[in-house]
Every structure is written in C-alpha cells, then in structure tokens.
Design a protein around this ligand. Structure first.
Ligand code: F6P
Length: 344
C-alpha cells in the first residue's frame, strides 16, 4: 500500500518515534511505500511530501520535534481546501493517511473521513493528555518529567530565599500536567482549568504552611486555570490567527495577587515550550512505538475513521467520531483524593 503520514498541531516529544515505528513495520512487514507530508495539512493540500524509509529514520527515535514539520490550521479554513486534499489522495495514489495529532488535527481527520470517505487512521498526540478515548497521549510523560525537574530545582532557591514560587505549566483546557507535576514535585497548591480557583483560598494555604514554620512554597498553575468568578480579575484574552486564545502568563497575575495579599515575597516561572522540546522519556518512546506499530496494523485492517488508543495496557482502536469535539479533563478523584491531601 502507499501510506501517507502527517504530524499536525503543536509539536510533541515522541512524534519521530511514532513515524519511525510506522515506517519500520510498514516497510519490513507489510511491504508498504511510505511518504511523509510536510507541514501538516498544508503539505497534503499542496502535494508537498518526502519519501520515508527505514534508512531515512535512522537516529530519530530519541529526537524531539517532528522531522515532517507541523502547523496549526485545517484544510477547511481554505476555500476548496478539503477538495484539494481529496485530489492529492488521487494524484499520489494514496491508499491511506495516518494523522498524528491532537484534538484539532483528529477532528479534521474525522471530518475528511466522514465527508469524503477518506481512508484515515488517527494517532493521539499532545503533551496536554486531553484527548478523549485514550487513557494517555504520548508526550505527556515527558512534559511531566520536565516540569517536575523544574519544580525540584525551584524548591532549593525558594527555600534559600523564603519565597513563594508560582510555576506555570501547559494545559490549555485540562490540568493533567499541573496535577501530575504538582504531586511529583510536592506543590503547596495546584490550580487547574477544571476547577476555578479562589485566590483567597490559595493565600490561606500559604499562611497555614508558614504557621507550621515552612517559609517557602511552590504553587503549580496550568496555563488555562481561571479565577472563580467574582474572586479576582482575570486577564484579558488574546487570540491567535486560528481563533485560539493565546495562553501563558496567568502565573504573573497570580504571583502579584499572592504577594499583595500575603506580603510573602513571590516569584513566577513560566515553563512554556520547554515542556514540548527535546528528547522523549523512555516511557514516551515505548508508547509512541506501540502507537506507530498499531497505526500501520490498523491501516492493513482497514479500520478507517479509527484512532489508536491505550485502554489500560492494551492498544485498541476507537472511532474518531467518539473522541472529537470533547476534552478529557483531569481525573478529579486524583485531584481531590491525592493531590489535595498535600496542599498547604
Ligand atoms: O500542544 C498543546 C499546547 O502545548 C497547549 O498546552 C498550549 O496552550 C499550546 O500548545 C501552545 O501552542 P503554540 O505552540 O501555538 O504556542
């Protein structure tokens, strides 16, 4: 078969490992011809691609980013865009397309499959871990490790200066990274989008901690966390060219609010794209490899319109239709029954 691969949305550690696994099993077991589209859907619309073979993927397993390049945006944003994708399929003699992406790219994949019957398989990617239908996305584990390493380092400088450190991690709609890194890093409070926060409660936790003789604290905040209505002024929203709210910076507002209310010296750290860069953890390399192998097997099973997913320790496929348009929020029992026990 002639199989295309694309990577869409924000990059994520493990993308190259998925591509490598698809190509390895596709070429050596299924005798496929593989091509990689450049710059996500733009490459499909414009017929820009590169041939992929086992040799061309040598050394890519531990490399972060994506050798194919990635973009946000959808062919549906362009006049005649979806038709251009269909045309590319025909012109290139494509038998299948594997779309490695998060909620945005997977929803485009689902629409193209539904609207035109295109033979597409999805692979769930995002450091945010917010794709419905799978227990985990690759990249998440790496992001949590990076955030935890940063928190570990912040403890010693915070303790030396008796400071509060507000650490902002990614997590647009869900607080998975914040919750896991906060638990792993021993946070005094964890603020997540799923649960609007009251700044007075956060300050109360800090006071309680100081009363016990601990004068340094770490507050972990997901970039999408918002104050409970009426408790604190939220920042004005700024949008990018795709209409997404451009996040990043809530930690600064929170750090000022904490310092003003408590008088405790407070600093903020924004981890930003550091969480998406660099080499994937061993866990993510294994997960990405399993996803890649499962994706090319799904192609040969003709499981069109499905996404590979983890259910427990099993790789399964689930209909894309059941996953798109939704966000998988943090398991609130993990937040309430585990994370909160250590607040304050
Ligand atoms: O990929 C998801 C994500 O990491 C979000 O957590 C974050 O809000 C967004 O990407 C940032 O994207 P960009 O690369 O467009 O700044």
């Amino acid at each position: 078969m002639r199989v295309g691969i694309l990577t869409g949305g924000g990059d994520c550690p493990g993308l190259n490992a998925v591509i490598r696994a698809i190509v390895r099993k596709g070429e050596t077991v299924h005798e496929d011809e593989l091509i990689g589209f450049l710059d996500a859907w733009d490459g499909v619309r414009e017929g820009r691609f590169m041939p992929l073979d086992v040799g061309s993927l040598r050394g890519m397993l531990p490399r972060g980013g994506t050798l194919l390049g990635t973009r946000r945006g959808s062919p549906y944003d362009h006049e005649g865009g979806p038709e251009a994708v269909v045309e590319s399929f025909a012109q290139l003699g494509l038998d299948a397309l594997v779309v490695i992406g998060g909620n945005g790219s997977l929803s485009v994949a689902c629409n193209l499959h539904e609207d035109f019957g295109l033979p597409i398989i999805g692979v769930p990617k995002t450091i945010d871990n917010d794709v419905v239908g799978t227990d985990i996305t690759f990249g998440f584990n790496t992001a949590v490790q990076i955030a935890t390493d940063a928190i570990d380092r912040l403890h010693t400088t915070a303790e030396s200066h008796d400071r509060v450190m507000v650490v902002e991690v990614m997590g647009r709609h869900s607080g998975w990274i914040a919750t896991h890194a906060g638990i792993a890093g021993g946070a005094t409070a964890i603020l997540i989008p799923e649960r609007p926060f009251d700044i007075e409660d956060v300050c109360e936790l800090l006071h309680q901690r100081h009363e016990r003789g601990r004068y340094a604290s770490i507050v972990v905040v997901a970039e999408g966390a918002e104050p409970r209505i009426g408790t604190m002024r939220a920042r004005d929203k700024v949008y990018d060219q795709f209409g997404h709210v451009r996040l990043g910076g809530v930690a600064e507002t929170i750090a000022h609010a904490i310092e003003d209310r408590t008088g405790f010296e407070t600093r903020m750290v924004l981890l930003g794209h550091i969480q998406r860069g660099g080499t994937p953890t061993a866990f993510d390399r294994v997960l990405s490899t399993r996803y890649g192998v499962a994706a090319i097997d799904a192609v040969h099973a003709g499981a069109w319109g499905q996404m590979v997913a983890m259910h427990g320790d099993d790789v399964v496929t689930v209909p894309l239709k059941e996953t798109v348009g939704k966000t998988r929020g943090v398991d609130m029992s993990l937040y309430h029954d585990v994370a909160e026990v250590f607040f304050g």
